[in-house]
Write a protein that binds this ligand. Structure first.
Ligand code: AMP
Length: 478
């Protein structure tokens, strides 16, 4: 089956052809004819399925008729992160090279002035993150009443990042009669509710079960000690000894860890760049470009920063930290093994990570084989890692590891008014975030701070305490 039966314009088909794509992916095949027929679409599809082209291609076809007016975009695409928004712009450039459409990007971290100048000239396609879009709208610089088509992409990610109230507000600013395309990788009840609100009699397109890993990915886990220095050494050894290594993304759970690991790898002469929410836009773009062009071989990233990034042909994924949420594992390893290529995903596992690995294995339905010796599992009441003990229970740098700086959750893109809204849904603990327990100051963490209870079970030993028989009460005879 080729692209020609979908109803796309000749210009679009020519651009797809020169991009080298011969066959539509399932989501494109199923969604494009409905989009062109002006139906609302509910697309349940992950990144990597070709879902972006599933809306970009028909939008280009539809936008061939009509013209943009000043400050009144004709179509609006909402993305949860700046990088995803920038990627959609790239797709418009790729497939829209035979068109003369005006595409504008409205994201946080870049100057208002340039964005405003573009809006004044009139845009056919406005691609935006919700916070910055609302800022423009509230300043009266942008009118959404001319939007004919609205795309809400990565809706479940928007939910995780606390953007749903913003999305709902934007929904009130666009015309009731617009067409809506709504994409999500998963369908939790909250997303179903939003979809019901936004979509009118939608066509449902579901392309693959969420939480399935590509079969072209070899997954492995490797045991290491709890000390971050041990983990870093294990990672260096893995990189040095990796088969067919071309490049790798190394995932950490926290952006602070991203920065630390990045510096450490650079000290060890690895060609690495970092991507996390604290970097400004130009640093993030520079890091991504260096990785994409092959100038840098390692990209150290947090989940949020790397979400949905389309970086073709990554040979390896290393999970420096086991993700707290099994879904994140699927997303992380999905950065390799794309489009039929093979990939290797290796997770570095400490004795404390047993539960998280078990949750991943339950989700994927398959055990992750060990590379070398399995990690000895550690009881819950175990001792904290070396660094924490020697620093009186607090991480280095004064701030406990569990405490996050403001803006960590979503690259600081939520508008200032966000906190003022009582109905605002709190972001769920997810990417780049500490689990609820760890978000407390260290002093409130029973696991690390409370005095160790006397052991009652011999099997609780972690090898650093007295043998059980020495703890038995001894009666001395007179
Ligand atoms: P997405 O799911 O939109 O992130 O797309 C993932 C990757 O698939 C991108 O690199 C696209 O360029 C690529 N892609 C999109 N459509 C096709 C197609 N029909 N055939 C092969 N690759 C495609």
């Amino acid at each position: 089956m080729s692209f020609s039966h979908l109803g796309l314009s000749d210009k679009v088909i020519a651009a797809v052809d020169s991009a080298g794509y011969k066959t539509p992916t399932p989501v494109q095949d199923q969604a494009i004819p409905h989009v062109l027929a002006r139906r609302d679409v509910l697309g349940i599809a992950q990144t990597g399925t070709g879902k972006t082209a599933a809306f970009v291609l028909p939008m280009l076809t539809m936008l061939e008729k009509g013209r943009a007016r000043a400050r009144m975009p004709r179509t609006l695409i909402l993305e949860p992160t700046r990088e995803l928004a920038a990627q959609v712009v790239e797709q418009f450039e790729k497939y829209g090279k035979n068109h003369k459409l005006s595409v504008a990007l409205i994201i946080g971290g870049v100057s208002f002035g340039d964005q405003d100048a573009k809006l004044v000239r009139g845009v056919d396609v406005l691609i935006a993150t919700p916070g910055r879009l609302l800022d423009h709208s509230e300043r009266g610089r942008l009118l959404l009443s001319g939007v004919e088509l609205l795309v809400i992409d990565e809706a479940d990610r928007m939910l995780d990042m606390g953007f749903i109230p913003d999305i709902e507000r934007i929904g009130k600013l666009v015309p009731f009669t617009r067409q809506t395309l709504f994409f999500t990788a998963t369908m939790p009840p909250e997303i179903q509710r939003i979809a019901d609100n936004f979509l009118h009699n939608p066509v449902r397109v579901e392309v693959s079960k969420p939480a399935t890993a590509a079969t072209t990915i070899t997954q492995l886990q490797v045991a290491t000690g709890r000390d971050p220095a041990d983990k870093r050494e294990t990672l260096r050894n893995l990189i040095r000894s990796a088969d067919d290594f071309k490049n790798a993304i190394v995932f950490c759970n926290r952006k602070r860890e991203v920065a630390l690991l990045h510096r450490s790898l650079q000290r060890h002469k690895f060609n690495a760049v970092a991507l996390h929410g604290d970097l400004d836009q130009s640093a993030r773009t520079a890091a991504l470009d260096a990785f994409r062009t092959g100038e840098a071989k390692l990209l150290i990233a947090s989940d949020v920063a790397a979400r949905g990034l389309d970086i073709p042909a990554v040979s390896h994924i290393f999970n420096f930290d086991v993700p707290h949420h099994p879904d994140d594992y699927i997303h992380r390893i999905g950065r390799t093994g794309r489009a039929g290529l093979t990939g290797i995903a290796i997770t570095i596992v400490t004795p404390a990570d047993g539960k998280s690995v078990a949750a991943i294995e339950r989700l994927t339905g398959q055990p992750i084989p060990w590379m070398g010796e399995p990690a000895a599992s550690e009881p819950r009441e175990s001792r904290p890692p070396q660094g924490e003990r020697s620093h009186g229970g607090r991480g280095r740098g004064g701030r406990g590891r569990g405490e996050r700086s403001h803006g960590e959750r979503n690259h600081g893109e939520r508008p200032a008014h966000a906190e003022a809204q009582p109905h605002r849904r709190q972001p769920q603990p997810h990417q780049d975030k500490e689990p609820a327990r760890a978000a407390k100051p260290r002093s409130e963490q029973p696991r690390l701070q409370q005095p160790r209870p006397r052991r009652e079970h011999a099997e609780e030993s972690d090898g650093s305490h007295l043998p059980a028989f020495l703890l038995r009460p001894v009666t001395l005879k007179a």
